[in-house]
Design a protein around this ligand. Structure first.
Ligand code: CP3
Length: 348
C-alpha cells in the first residue's frame, strides 16, 4: 500500500498512520468563547457578513491556531451558505440562530434551483487562499459542507428544530420531492468541496449533525447514500481527497456508515461505545473525537478524567483528538489550555 508522504500529522492520521501524540483541533474552534472573535464579530455586522469578508473570515480562522497551536484550522463559514448559493434566503438572527424561507411543499420544491451561484461563495475561496498562504506547512486546513440531510432539515423547516420533524415528515410523505432537495445539495456540495480543495483546503469534513434522528432505513437513504455520492463525486475529480464524515448520533450504525460512504475518518460524539468503535470502525478508518463539550466547561479533575478516557479509548490507533460536538460559548479558555496540554503530554 502507498504511504502518504506528508508533513502534516493531521493528514498522516487521515491516511491511517497513527501518531504518537494525536493531532488536535476542536469543532467550532473559532467562536464566541474567544474575546478576539467577539471583537471581530461585533465590527463585521451580520454573521453572514463575517463569513463573506475574506479578510475577517481568515482572521477568525487563524485566531484559535495562534492561541492554542492546533494541528488543523477549519475555514470560518457555515453549512447554510450552500442553500444561500442555491438562491434561498438565509438570515442569522442574533441569539436565535438561522432563519430560512421554509421549503416545505412539493410545489415550492419544484421551483428549487439545481445549480448554485458559486460567485456568491467566492469570498469563502478567497479566505481559504489567504489562510493557506500564512498557515504553517505542518498545520492542515479543513474545508467543509453540511451533509444534505442536515442542510435539508434547515431548508425545510426554515430554522433549527428539536427533532427535525418537518424534514422527517416531508421525507415520509413526499419522498420524490424531498429527493429533489437532496439531489440539488449533493451536486452543489461536490462542486463546493472541489472548489475548496482548489483554494487550498488539505482535507474536508461533512457535518451531518442531525443524522441521529433517523430510523435505520431513513438513515441509509437520506444520510449514508447522499454522503456516499458526495465522496464518490469528489474522489472522481480528486482521488487523493481526504474526507471526514460526522454523522452525529449514528451510534451502532457507524460501521455501516463507514462501509457505505468510503470516508477516510469519522468524527464521533461522546456517547460512542469505545469497544464497538475500536473493533468495527477504527480497524478500517481513522477516528476523530470525542470529548464531551460539557466536560470542557467543567474543567478540573473531571476534565482530566474525560481527556484520559478519550486517549485510553482511541489513541492506540489512528486518532485525531477533538470534541464530540462544537465547543460551547461559555467554555473558559483556561480549560481549553488544560485539555491541549494534557493531550500533548500523552506518550502512548
Ligand atoms: O468550526 C468552526 O470553527 C468553523 C465554523 C463553523 C460554523 N458553523 C460557524 C458558526 C462550522 C463548521 C459550522 C457548521 C454548522 N453550522 C453546523 C454543523 C456543525 C454543528 O455545530 O452542529 C450547523 C448545524 C450549522 C448551522 C448553524 N450556524 C446554527 C444552528 C447556528 C446558530 C447556533 C449558534 O451556535 O449560534 C449557526 C451560527 C454559527 N455558525 C456561529 C458560528 C461561530 C455562531 C454565530 C455568531 O457568532 O453569532
Amino acid at each position: 500500500m502507498n504511504q502518504t508522504v506528508t508533513n502534516k500529522p493531521f493528514i498522516a492520521v487521515l491516511s491511517g498512520q497513527r501518531q504518537a501524540v494525536p493531532p488536535i483541533w476542536m469543532m467550532r474552534q473559532a467562536g464566541r468563547y474567544l474575546p478576539e472573535y467577539r471583537e471581530v464579530r461585533a465590527k463585521a455586522g451580520g454573521f453572514l457578513d463575517l463569513c463573506f469578508s475574506p479578510e475577517l473570515a481568515a482572521e477568525v480562522t487563524l485566531q484559535p491556531i495562534r492561541r492554542f497551536g492546533f494541528d488543523a484550522a477549519i475555514i470560518f463559514s457555515d453549512i447554510l451558505v450552500v442553500p444561500y448559493a442555491l438562491g434561498r434566503s438565509v438570515r442569522f438572527e442574533v441569539g436565535e440562530g438561522p432563519r430560512l424561507e421554509p421549503l416545505d411543499t412539493p410545489e415550492k420544491i419544484s421551483a428549487l434551483a439545481t445549480e448554485a451561484d458559486f460567485s456568491k461563495l467566492e469570498p469563502v475561496f478567497e479566505a481559504l487562499r489567504r489562510v493557506r498562504g500564512v498557515l504553517a506547512p505542518s498545520t492542515a486546513l479543513i474545508g467543509f459542507c453540511g451533509a444534505p440531510w442536515t442542510v435539508a432539515t434547515y431548508m425545510v423547516a426554515g430554522q433549527g428544530t428539536p427533532d427535525q420533524a418537518p424534514a422527517r415528515l416531508l421525507a415520509y410523505r413526499h419522498p420524490e420531492a424531498f429527493s429533489k432537495i437532496i439531489d440539488a445539495l449533493v451536486g452543489t456540495s461536490i462542486a463546493y468541496l472541489l472548489k475548496q480543495l482548489d483554494a487550498g483546503a488539505d482535507a474536508l469534513q461533512i457535518f451531518d449533525t442531525w443524522a441521529g434522528v433517523l430510523s435505520p432505513r431513513e438513515f441509509a437513504r437520506w444520510s449514508m447514500e447522499p454522503t456516499r455520492r458526495i465522496v464518490e463525486g469528489v474522489r472522481s475529480a480528486r482521488s487523493d481527497a481526504k474526507i471526514i464524515g460526522f454523522p452525529r448520533g449514528a451510534g451502532a450504525l457507524l460501521p455501516s456508515y463507514v462501509a457505505a460512504t468510503g470516508v477516510d475518518a469519522v468524527s464521533i460524539d461522546w456517547t460512542a461505545e469505545p469497544k464497538l468503535i475500536r473493533e468495527q470502525v477504527q480497524s478500517k478508518v481513522a477516528v476523530q473525537g470525542n470529548l464531551d463539550p460539557l466536560a470542557l466547561i467543567t474543567g478540573g479533575a473531571a476534565l482530566d478524567q474525560a481527556v484520559d478516557d478519550v486517549l485510553a479509548s482511541y489513541a492506540q490507533g489512528p486518532h485525531i483528538f477533538n470534541l464530540g460536538h462544537g465547543i460551547l460559548p461559555e467554555t473558559p479558555i483556561a480549560h481549553v489550555e488544560q485539555m491541549v496540554a494534557r493531550v500533548r503530554a500523552y506518550r502512548g
